[in-house]
Design a protein around this ligand. Structure first.
Ligand SMILES: [Zn+2]
Length: 248
């Protein structure tokens, strides 16, 4: 297998720091882009992690996916250009807290006129990039298994089901009928919070949006492995879904 790494196009975006924290080099909201080698990628997805500063599993999984995409022998990334935002809440991460340093849950601030610098930056990215799909990675201390949020039966069947199945090699599926206050069916929730990180409301066609959650008290290596497996299953399902819809 030839070494594909030199042919991969990638770039490091300008670093974004909340203005109040310029003095802290560890507080950075970075973006990294990877394109699969070969033919021009067909699908551009954004992978967002760490919007809650005390949920490191998604950040570690995003870093692992980015690394794997740089290596030869990973056909699961074929057709994709992935944009990684591994630390969406750098001040929260620095402080080890869910909220940002101003005490706000950033995942309730989107598309509502927020002036938080992290939200302004991410909103500008979401508007500019017009992602075909958005995968948000989280973990939840109050559950024993993996679950997710998705809208619609089609996406649920083709994306979240396979993601939870793939994750089950590492961590079980959350089977509670109520998760985080929402009705759930075998780990799948089809409603959500207002203000979560999502595509611009005016974007058409609408982006595919999926939230994947690991049980936050499970061993970290298992949370990371479950998340990596889930994202790969989402990519496979997305590719199939697009091929299917192209033939309708
Ligand atoms: Zn979270």
């Amino acid at each position: 297998m030839p070494d594909l790494a030199p042919t991969l196009l990638n770039r490091l975006s300008p670093v974004v720091r909340p203005p109040a924290l310029h003095a802290r080099p560890d507080c950075m909201l970075t973006k990294r882009v990877r394109k699969a080698s070969g033919a021009a990628p067909s699908f551009k997805l954004g992978i967002f992690a760490g919007i809650h500063g005390d949920e490191p599993a998604g950040t570690l999984a995003a870093k692992q996916l980015f690394q794997e995409m740089s290596e030869p022998g990973h056909p699961e990334f074929r057709d994709f250009e992935l944009h990684f935002y591994p630390v969406c809440n750098p001040t929260g991460r620095h402080l080890g807290i869910r909220h940002n340093h101003r005490g706000l849950d950033l995942n309730r601030e989107f598309w509502s006129g927020s002036t938080e610098p992290e939200v302004l930056y991410l909103e500008s990215e979401l508007r500019r990039e017009r992602y075909d799909g958005i995968i948000a990675l989280h973990s939840d201390e109050d559950v024993e298994g993996c679950y997710g949020f998705v809208s619609g039966a089609l996406l649920s069947q083709h994306l979240l089901e396979p993601a939870l199945d793939a994750a089950a090699a590492h961590l079980p599926r959350e089977l509670s009928p109520v998760i985080d206050g929402f009705a759930a069916e075998r780990g799948i929730i089809k409603e959500g919070y207002h203000g979560i990180l999502s595509a611009p409301p005016e974007q058409r066609p609408q982006a595919l949006e999926i939230v994947f959650e690991t049980p936050g008290r499970a061993p970290m290596d298992r949370q990371v492995a479950a998340t990596v497996a889930a994202v790969k299953a989402i990519l496979a399902g997305y590719r199939e879904l697009q091929a299917y819809s192209a033939h309708l």
